[in-house]
Design a protein. Structure first.
Length: 94
């Protein structure tokens, strides 16, 4: 049962990430000066960054943006599809 849900999550994550990389022209689009995330998003990025560092250290290599992308939970990606409050995700991202 979890298989289809995992495929959906990974597909959605990769599609959203690819679109934002294309829009902002950098692989770590969350660091672009035009990107302003909600407090929730900022906290999720910080946690994902720490998780990515642990993964990279385990594999003895530097952190790459894909590590941070993979470390973010589904709820982060889902939140980018909302209005985003004052950050206006609907106009900045889409």
């Amino acid at each position: 049962m979890w298989g289809p849900i995992q495929v959906l999550e990974i597909s959605l994550r990769n599609i959203i990430h690819a679109q934002l990389v294309s829009k902002f022209n950098i692989p770590d689009w969350w660091n672009h000066p035009m990107v302003s995330l909600t407090n929730f998003g900022v906290n999720r990025i910080a946690k994902a960054g720490k998780d990515a560092q642990s993964t990279a250290k385990l594999h003895q290599r530097p952190v790459v943006p894909d590590d941070v992308v993979a470390a973010r939970p589904f709820v982060f990606w889902e939140s980018l599809l909302t209005k985003g409050g004052k950050q206006q995700y609907e106009t900045k991202f889409w």
